[in-house]
Structure formats: C-alpha cells, structure tokens
Design a protein around this ligand. Structure first.
Ligand SMILES: C[S@@+](CC[C@H](N)C(=O)[O-])C[C@H]1O[C@@H](n2cnc3c(N)ncnc32)[C@H](O)[C@@H]1O
Length: 123
C-alpha cells in the first residue's frame, strides 16, 4: 500500500475465521497457508536468523516464521486494527517487535541487520 493513500488506515478491517477483508478487498485467506508455508521453507531459516516481515495480515506467515525460533522477528504493519490483532498474537513472546507504519517509511536500522525479508504486500 502506498503511504500516500490516506484513506487506507481508516478503512475497516474485517476478520472472519478464515479471511481478512480490508474495505472491499480480500487481502488474505486461509487457503493461502500451504503456499505461505512453502515460501517460508524456501528461506531455509536458521534459529539465529533476524527476520524483517512486511505486513501482518492474518499472521499466517508470522506464525510459520515463529516455528523456526528466529533470534528476532520485526513486523512492520500500518493498519491500526491489524496491529491490534498482531499485539494479541504476539502475546508475551520477546523475540517479536511490532513496528507501526509503512515499509516505505521504515527507520529501524540498516537492512543489513536482517538476514531475511518476507514481503507479501503489493508495491
Ligand atoms: C496480504 S496481507 C499479508 C499477509 C500475511 N503475510 C499473512 O500471512 O497473513 C498484507 C498486509 O500488509 C499490510 N501492508 C500493506 N501495505 C503495507 C506497507 N506499505 N507497509 C507495511 N505493511 C503493509 C496490510 O495492512 C496487510 O496487513
């Protein structure tokens, strides 16, 4: 999402048991889980990896990434309702940092600090 699109952050996000819709658009669905798992497996993650993930959505990729026990897992997400879900999902885990905002406005250190980047949002 382009940060210039000011209406995005005020557009309602609706979670169901198997999907996420933001406004009129379905942005994520459970059927994508096996595809996301394959994407994550292709990263060949190691337990000491530092991950940067762009967009929380339903947290499908985030949950699969956590199975690999990364040293750190930074998630960048601009939508306020999605951030609430992400906070709930994070719980008390200490290797996860939620970073409110758009990736285009990222100011969380040099990209070289991260071993892997997972982006599942449109440009
Ligand atoms: C397709 S969903 C991500 C799905 C997620 N990987 C999952 O497994 O559920 C896209 C997410 O990226 C977020 N997003 C959209 N544009 C973004 C941007 N420019 N920077 C960071 N996050 C963005 C959306 O708010 C939405 O939560």
């Amino acid at each position: 999402m382009d940060p210039q699109r000011k209406d995005y952050l005020a557009t309602e996000a609706v979670y169901t048991a198997d999907s996420l819709r933001i406004g009129d658009e379905y942005v994520m669905h459970e059927w994508e889980r096996p595809l996301i798992r394959r994407m994550v497996e292709d990263l060949k993650l190691k337990p000491d990896d530092r991950l940067l993930e762009i967009g929380f959505g339903m947290g499908i990729s985030a949950s699969i990434l956590q199975e690999f026990s990364p040293a750190s897992h930074t998630i960048v997400e601009p939508h306020p309702q999605v951030l609430v879900q992400a906070e709930r999902w994070k719980g008390t885990r200490t290797n996860i940092q939620l970073h409110p905002g758009y990736w285009q406005q990222l100011d969380i250190g040099a990209p070289a600090l991260f071993g892997n980047l997972l982006r599942s949002v449109r440009r």
